[in-house]
Design a protein around this ligand. Structure first.
Ligand SMILES: Cc1cc2nc3c(=O)[nH]c(=O)nc-3n(C[C@H](O)[C@H](O)[C@H](O)COP(=O)(O)O)c2cc1C
Length: 378
């Protein structure tokens, strides 16, 4: 099968993935909150970023390697944290860890993943970042940080844009409950997706083993209320300072949209700010995340490391984010579309699509390195 012809774009993988993931899990992966205007705003915001083509420049040799927070990556993009990855495609976390090593890109494991850092320590090599939802209890925090570090995850990401739950009505309509329950309807969804069902039988019912260690809950998945009790203390600046002191590696704060918050993170010794609106899953009325990149770059100065995510669907979108001032880009859903469509090699195909699209567009823009896109911004 010629993957380039069958799936030339991420949207082709998405279309196929939708048929291979049971509907109630698909809606969890793919939905935003409210009427999803925030998700559309993310797309429109990206489409509105225009870049100047340049001609008669002769041959330009492209180089996509990027040094970010002291580490060299083969591409200026990586894999964003996605809770319950393995419930969307069985075995997803281990596949993404191996993908990150093969492709030399970072993989950020979620606190809410269906695999713990211990499960991935053999696979992750030196590509591991870890995303933390902050626990309230100091002993739990200390234990979590030790586990993360001991398993080889060198970069810590604190997510701050979940101070309260979001409603994600489409997800609820799809039949996903907290904790998930098997109903005749969800069974019918599963029956329509035999590859997912067989994979889930092989890999076991999804659990959240990272937080499971601290939970008194005995079933596979605790309720949202119980998770909320353990985690998601809405962190404040004191919490952030404490974490900064406790973590001796690179420390990133994810979910920043406001330039004042970005500046304060910089002042507090955070190594990089991750501009994101969580793919519009948390708050519908906020701005398109891409519209926040330039203002944040302006207040943080030219050299402060900035990451962007939310709504990236192509190599061109990556160049758009870099043109506005980001140094690195992460993608969440796209990698899951790839795995659901093609299994393990689907992740490589996502990297391939993004790479080829970056190279084609860099040719049009006459730039050798992705960050040079800044000079093409219209
Ligand atoms: C199904 C799903 C689960 C997510 N879970 C987490 C999570 O556990 N922690 C986190 O910081 N972000 C989480 N995110 C947000 C992603 O890290 C990222 O910000 C977002 O997906 C990027 O947008 P994109 O999916 O359009 O690339 C999740 C996103 C999705 C789609």
């Amino acid at each position: 099968m010629d993957l380039d012809n069958r799936y030339p774009a991420i949207s082709d993988l998405r279309r196929k993935a939708r048929r291979r993931i049971p509907h109630f899990m698909w809606e969890y992966l793919d939905s935003a909150t409210g009427t999803e205007q925030g998700m559309h705003r993310n797309r429109t915001g990206l489409d509105n970023v225009l870049l100047a083509p340049r001609v008669l420049h002769g041959k330009v040799t492209h180089d996509l390697t990027t040094t970010f927070l002291g580490r060299r990556y083969a591409r200026p993009f990586g894999i964003a944290p996605v809770g319950m990855s393995g419930a969307m495609w069985p075995g997803a976390e281990a596949m993404l860890a191996r993908l990150a090593v093969r492709q030399q890109i970072p993989f950020c494991l979620s606190t809410m993943a269906t695999r713990a850092p211990e499960d991935l320590s053999e696979d992750i090599g030196s590509q591991g970042w870890f995303q933390l939802y902050p626990p309230g209890e100091p002993e739990i925090l200390n234990d979590m940080l030790a586990r993360i570090r001991n398993c080889g995850f060198h970069t810590l990401v604190l997510t701050v844009d979940v101070p309260s739950q979001s409603r994600r009505e489409r997800q609820t309509r799809g039949g996903l409950t907290h904790p998930p329950t098997i109903t005749p309807r969800t069974l019918a969804h599963i029956a329509a997706c035999p590859a997912w069902a067989m994979g889930t039988l092989r890999h076991g019912m999804p659990k959240m083993p990272f937080i499971g260690k601290y939970s008194t809950h005995k079933g596979p998945l605790p309720s949202t209320a119980h998770i909320g009790y353990l985690l998601r203390v809405p962190p404040d600046w004191d919490y952030l300072k404490r974490l900064r002191d406790l973590w001796d590696g690179p420390f990133i704060v994810k979910g920043i949209l406001n330039p004042d918050d970005a500046k304060r993170c910089q002042t507090e010794g955070v190594d990089a700010v991750w501009i994101s609106n969580h793919a519009a899953r948390q708050f519908e009325a906020g701005p398109a995340a891409i519209d926040c990149v330039a203002p944040i770059r302006e207040v943080t100065g030219p050299d402060y490391p900035l990451i962007y995510c939310s709504g990236i669907e192509s190599g061109l979108d990556i160049l758009r984010a870099l043109a506005l001032g980001a140094d690195f880009v992460m993608l969440g859903k796209a990698f899951h579309y790839g795995l659901a469509t093609l299994g393990e090699k689907g992740g490589d195909h996502v990297v391939h699509i993004l790479t080829e699209d970056m190279l084609c567009n860099m040719g049009q823009m006459a730039i050798a390195r992705p960050t040079e896109a800044r000079k093409n911004l219209i």
